[in-house]
Design a protein around this ligand. Structure first.
Ligand SMILES: O=C(O)CCC(=O)C(=O)O
Ligand SMILES: [Fe+2]
Length: 353
């Protein structure tokens, strides 16, 4: 390969073109988190958050401190990873039957081929708990992937958690203290590849089971968010990360922050024949954190304060995530015909077409 098309060791990743299709786009707020370091910035952002967060858990983050090249390097790695032979990738299979999503998930095949059209590689946080084998490609770029993951955790996740705590008028370290990087618990960076497929629905409507999900720029349209007015496409802008509130943060915030339903549909005609790569970071609370609602002066004032009750409040973040992953596995593997809705402790997960 010529030097012009590689940066040192990897082919340069070029984003596909944005679609020219006229789509119904969701209107989402953008939080410029670089403002948090400026006088008055926290207050301004809190006002913005209060305007949407009890209705819709999707928003953009700008001012996140990543250079475009850092993000496209991760896409280049994702692309190279998925080019590895299937027998190499399957050496690193995730144990999804046990609710463990670390490692590789192949695209469904054989009798279950219709159940999904995506491959994934989940790279867990860089702590001794999660030391595990990786392909040489990943090992060769380990420090770069680690720096990328740590930037998301320390420079994006934690400031957002402090901001949400400020909005709820609680100790600003309340959520941060439940997301210590070195503590036991699973977060991961995901490389994902959707293979072109004629079916309309590529990922059924769902909520995520973690704290916050960070979706990096991805011009192939397909991600949709459920709104009161119906499904709306989420536009991906080059300077923004798309963020969504997921189950654990909804539970911890006493239901105030909304874990928002989303899905992935087949891209519009001008993009439908291309593979769709996604680069996603799933932040989760520490494993042992109980999903009990916080006591918040804001929620008290609004009459929305939830009490700690039997049931979900005694379920940990780890138990919730494992239960969701294992149920999902049972469907994808063809062990059950339809998705099971009760996850744990009598709490139901809703699926939407
Ligand atoms: O690929 C995307 O844009 C979204 C994927 C997603 O919702 C998920 O993996 O939970
Ligand atoms: Fe999702």
């Amino acid at each position: 390969m010529s030097p012009a098309t590689t940066i040192k060791d990897l082919p340069v990743y070029e984003y596909p073109k944005q679609t020219e299709a006229q789509l119904d786009w969701a209107n989402l707020e953008a939080l410029d988190i670089s403002k948090l370091d400026q006088p008055g910035g926290k207050k301004a952002l809190a006002t913005q958050v209060l305007n949407f967060i009890d209705k819709n858990g999707f928003f953009y983050v700008t001012g996140h401190g990543f250079l475009n090249e850092q993000i496209t390097r991760q896409y280049a790695l994702a692309q190279e990873f998925f080019h590895l032979p299937l027998e190499e990738k399957t050496k690193y299979l995730a144990n999804t039957a046990a609710g463990d999503f670390r490692g590789y998930k192949a695209k469904a095949a054989g009798a279950n081929a219709g159940r999904d059209n995506d491959e994934r590689y989940n790279i867990p946080k860089f702590t001794p708990e999660h030391e595990r084998p990786h392909p040489q490609l990943i090992l060769d770029h380990f420090e770069e992937i680690k720096d990328f993951s740590l930037h998301i955790h320390n420079k994006i996740l934690l400031p957002l958690l402090r901001l949400f705590a400020y909005v709820l008028e609680i100790d600003e370290e309340y959520f941060v203290n439940r997301h210590r990087y070195d503590a036991e618990g699973l977060e991961y960076l995901r490389y994902m590849k959707y293979h072109p497929d004629p079916k309309d629905l590529w990922a059924i409507g769902h909520t995520d089971y973690n704290t916050l999900t960070f979706l990096f720029h991805q011009p192939v349209a397909g991600l949709q968010v459920q709104t009161k007015e119906g499904w709306r496409y989420v536009r991906s802008n080059p300077d923004s990360i798309i963020v969504n509130v997921a189950d654990a943060l909804e539970f911890l915030s006493g239901g105030y922050l909304k874990s928002t339903v989303h899905r992935v549909v087949r891209p519009p005609k001008d993009q439908a024949e291309k593979p769709r790569l996604s680069l996603i970071y799933f932040a989760r609370p520490e494993a042992a954190i109980k999903l009990e609602p916080v006591r918040s002066p804001l929620l008290e004032r609004l009459g929305l304060q939830k009490e700690i009750e039997e049931g979900l409040s005694s379920v940990t973040a780890e138990e919730w995530a494992r239960a969701r992953i294992a149920k999902d596995h049972r469907f994808r593997a063809g062990l059950v015909k339809t998705r099971e809705t009760e996850i744990i402790a009598g709490v139901h997960q809703k699926y939407y077409d």
